[in-house]
Design a binder for this molecule. Structure first.
Ligand SMILES: NC(=O)c1ccc[n+]([C@@H]2O[C@H](COP(=O)([O-])OP(=O)(O)OC[C@H]3O[C@@H](n4cnc5c(N)ncnc54)[C@H](OP(=O)(O)O)[C@@H]3O)[C@@H](O)[C@H]2O)c1
Length: 388
């Protein structure tokens, strides 16, 4: 089948970089860990599709894999992983049993690695799904079930679309769960418009776009002026997280509480999307409205949380944990590209060779939006008009 260029993370590279910086994770340079490699593509089976990858988005789980801060996934997977669980590509060939795609179609991948009995992912593709190979590569062989048509006429550029295959379904899932839970407690008849808070990050931004689209009041608490500004254009109120010292001390927490009170007329936030945990979790719980719901599918700053169960009971708060979407949910989320999901992307579209730098700059938190990497030099005619 031939080999293609693809990025890999090895346990040896993780260990070497950890040793170089004396175990200080903050000092790690992830561009020294994520390295260009080659990948032997398997021969496609009857239900497989071979795609040429056009563009990918840098996802935060690559940073987790390269840091080995949550789990050492490269080591657990036998010493090496090929990362990349979101891609936009062009179909090159299809197996004899494939019915939904044909050569030339432009597609997006989803990363639900193994659906459980109800469709929820037990594992994530190119992360903890055994044997799964990721899409930071020039070409890939995937199952038909892993693909969706890219909505090329949705109004987004090719690069904006590439920001969404992983983050949009995650946000969609978090939103439908959060709203469903809130409505068990407070009906639409009792309160139509609710207050929704999201803390910085691409998933939270999309979550807030859903909230705003459905007519709710949405607030984005982030440290980035550019990202707040982009959301303010969509009617989402920005809150500067750095004004509160990112909740590192009591004064910051108190001041944040006072600001949210003032912004919501003393009511607080009915729905909070966290994704980071650590100090952000306590801040989100502190500003919850009565009957509030706190949702998260991420643990960027900490895996463990602590809360006052009695206090949460008295306020009727619900904490919900979710992961990625079901296959049906991924398809539904893709319908909303452009109409609801209008992602802010980083001003530089990185070249394939610069992918390690994109990951390191994401880790340093210096990007003005979601980082996109162009993989294919030559783009198919069908997308040239939206490649910007
Ligand atoms: N389970 C799933 O299916 C799933 C799916 C997607 C992502 N995730 C996880 O969710 C987390 C967030 O992902 P993402 O894609 O939304 O993130 P992202 O776009 O990479 O952004 C992370 C952002 O966190 C923000 N942030 C907010 N408060 C922060 C604080 N106190 N300290 C440091 N940074 C802070 C930073 O923005 P500001 O500087 O603007 O505040 C940064 O841009 C990651 O851990 C990721 O792995 C899970």
């Amino acid at each position: 089948m031939g080999s293609v260029r693809a990025y890999a993370i090895t346990a040896a590279a993780v260990a070497g970089e950890r040793e170089r910086v004396g175990g200080k994770l903050d000092a790690m340079d992830l561009s020294r860990v994520v390295a260009l490699d080659t990948l032997e593509l398997p021969s496609p089976g009857p239900s497989d599709v071979r795609i040429r990858v056009l563009a990918v988005s840098a996802e935060h789980n690559i940073a987790h894999a390269a840091l080995a801060d949550t789990v050492n996934i490269a080591e657990l997977r036998g010493g090496k992983i090929y990362p990349g669980n979101s891609a936009l590509g062009e179909v090159v060939t299809v197996g004899s049993a494939v019915t939904r795609f044909k050569p030339g179609d432009v597609v997006v991948t989803h990363c639900n690695g193994e659906p459980d009995a109800y469709g929820y992912p037990m594992r994530i593709w190119a992360y903890d799904q055994p044997e799964s190979v990721g899409w930071y590569s020039e070409e890939a062989v995937v199952g038909e079930w892993q693909l969706l048509h890219a909505p090329l006429d949705c109004g987004l550029s090719l690069w904006e679309m590439a920001a969404l295959p992983l983050r949009a379904p995650t946000a969609y899932h978090l939103w439908r769960r959060a709203m469903g839970i809130l409505r068990v407690k407070v009906s639409r008849e009792q309160r139509a418009e609710v207050n929704v808070l999201g803390f910085g990050g691409g998933v939270s931004e999309l979550f807030l776009m859903l909230a705003r689209h459905e007519g709710h009041r949405a607030f984005f608490c982030s440290g980035s002026a550019e990202r707040r500004e982009a959301l303010e254009k969509l009617g989402i109120t920005g809150i500067d997280q750095k004004k509160f010292n990112r909740f590192a001390d009591r004064d910051g927490m108190k001041a944040f509480g006072a600001e949210v009170k003032q912004l919501t007329g003393g009511i607080g936030m009915h729905i909070v999307c966290d994704m980071l945990r650590g100090p952000v979790f306590a801040a989100g719980m502190a500003v919850a409205a009565r009957e509030g719901v706190n949702v998260s599918a991420g643990w960027q700053l900490a895996k463990q949380v602590q809360y006052d169960s009695a206090g949460a009971s008295v306020k009727q708060l619900t904490i919900d944990h979710s992961h990625y979407e079901t296959l049906r949910g991924c398809a539904a989320a893709t319908e909303l590209y452009g109409r609801v999901f209008k992602p802010t992307i980083h001003r530089e579209v990185y070249a394939f060779e610069d992918l390690p730098r994109a990951i390191q700059e994401m880790q340093l938190n210096v990007q003005t939006g979601i980082p996109i990497i162009r993989v294919a030099r030559e783009l198919p005619a069908s997308v040239r008009g939206i490649a910007g």
